[in-house]
Design a protein around this ligand. Structure first.
Ligand SMILES: Cc1cc2nc3c(=O)[nH]c(=O)nc-3n(C[C@H](O)[C@H](O)[C@H](O)COP(=O)(O)OP(=O)(O)OC[C@H]3O[C@@H](n4cnc5c(N)ncnc54)[C@H](O)[C@@H]3O)c2cc1C
Length: 401
């Protein structure tokens, strides 16, 4: 079978959605599977076996490998505008690059939150206003089909600045190589820990709704910096009121970072551990250098002359320091495999698709925790009573590799 159902693949599906958008006979649709991940569904009656889906698919790429990449330059960056810093996840690099790309005539592709369906959606922005929704990370896969369809079918000279996960960027890079139009794109991807199941988010959201007695939130921030940048927390907004998520034992982040509810492809993702396909990679600047910072610092890795020229043109908007690539990746999952505990993953995903609420799931989920994990959690919770700067140091020691 000359389509993505072919069993001769080397890796798992990232759910990027390129196969569905590139299929000329519209034989593939992206749908959420029972585990809460986007998965391509092929209608074999419509498929004409052209094989184009395989040519852009990460699963079938036999050339892809963990090549040693040497970036051109690396920086730490902190946005000079305190409001931008407040509203972003890290140091606020993304929005400045996006605005500059719009100024240069690119359409900007990014991820916003769809409040009607409570999912993350990849969208195309053509104005400054539309960029606002791209601010802040939404920590699960985005639904890409509508915008990918539009870009794939755009035969004009329109240029696109694409911001997304490394697997999404990889897909567009492959497409642009295939169509020999790489100059149409500029790529900015993110350091990526992986994407948890959408079921985790849905469970957590419904728990927060009932806890605060709110039927629909009007705005959600996934990375509130109210506690501090190092402490992952949510802010929910409704009826002109702000609701802050728990400081202790946040079930969403506990299960997300616990690594047992990830998409299968995320455990050994090659694109996460390579900068080969992107012009710029951005992320949080974790590690000891900014341990005391509580507002957020970005890590910026420049991998092409095009990326360098773009970042330099917005440099004035940041407080920057030149740093080494090795310092940045030391505190990232870049180049590291996540161990997949199949049994625990399967159990967690089963719990997340069942009837229990997220607090009950968290209780069940913890049953398989080792003594070390339990001890770390207790110490971390105790340390949260200390001043932020002391807490950050203790957390750093507890979770050091
Ligand atoms: C699933 C996921 C895992 C991540 N893992 C890490 C990690 O391990 N280490 C690390 O340093 N950083 C990680 N990040 C990146 C980090 O959270 C910030 O997104 C990044 O540092 C940019 O922050 P900023 O302050 O420049 O701008 P922000 O305003 O926070 O920009 C957010 C950017 O991320 C994009 N985005 C938001 N949600 C998604 C999504 N679901 N899929 C694709 N793109 C999205 C937006 O389009 C925008 O470009 C992750 C992000 C996501 C979405």
């Amino acid at each position: 079978m000359n389509n993505i159902l072919n069993e001769n693949f080397s890796r798992n599906c990232t759910g990027c959605g390129m196969c569905a958008s590139i299929c000329p006979s519209k034989a593939i649709k992206m749908e959420i599977d029972s585990e809460g991940f986007y998965s391509p569904q092929v209608d074999i009656n419509l498929c004409n076996n052209c094989g184009i889906c395989i040519k852009t698919c990460y699963k079938f790429d036999t050339e892809i490998s963990l090549k040693k990449c040497k970036p051109i330059e690396c920086f730490s960056a902190v946005n000079n505008d305190s409001r931008e810093l407040e509203n972003c996840s890290s140091g606020g690099v993304s929005i400045e690059l996006m605005r500059e790309c719009l100024n240069r005539g690119y359409y900007v592709v990014g991820v916003c939150y769809d409040y009607k369906n409570n999912i993350a959606v990849t969208k195309i922005a053509k104005s400054y206003n539309e960029l606002e929704g791209f601010k802040g990370s939404k920590y699960f896969q985005s639904y890409t089909s509508k915008s990918f369809d539009e870009i794939v079918n755009d035969k004009s000279e329109q240029k696109y600045a694409f911001f997304g996960t490394p697997c999404q960027i990889y897909a567009f890079k492959r497409l642009s190589e295939l169509r020999k139009n790489t100059s149409k794109y500029i790529f900015v991807d993110i350091f990526c820990h992986g994407c948890p199941s959408l079921n985790l988010w849905k469970k957590y959201l419904s728990y927060q709704r009932s806890k605060f007695g709110i039927s629909e939130f009007e705005e959600i921030k996934f990375r509130s910096k109210t506690y501090n940048w190092h402490e992952f927390a949510f802010e929910f907004f409704a009826d002109n009121k702000k609701y802050l998520s728990e400081k202790y034992n946040n079930p969403f982040y506990e299960i997300f970072f616990g690594m047992n509810a990830m998409n299968k492809a995320c455990y050994d993702c090659v694109t996460r551990s390579s900068i080969e396909y992107t012009d710029i990679r951005i992320g949080d600047f974790w590690g000891s250098r900014f341990n005391k910072d509580i507002k957020g610092v970005s890590a910026v890795v420049i991998n092409s002359e095009q990326g360098k020229e773009l970042f330099y043109s917005v440099l004035k908007n940041f407080k920057v320091e030149r740093v080494s690539f090795s310092e940045i990746i030391k505190a990232q999952s870049y180049g590291k495999l996540h161990i997949c505990n199949e049994k625990k993953r399967e159990r967690t995903l089963r719990l997340l698709s069942g009837d229990l609420n997220i607090k009950q799931i968290q209780k069940q989920y913890r049953k398989a925790d080792s003594v070390k994990v339990i001890a770390k959690r207790i110490l971390k919770n105790m340390a949260k009573h200390l001043p932020s700067k002391v807490y950050i140091r203790v957390k750093g020691l507890l979770y050091r590799d």
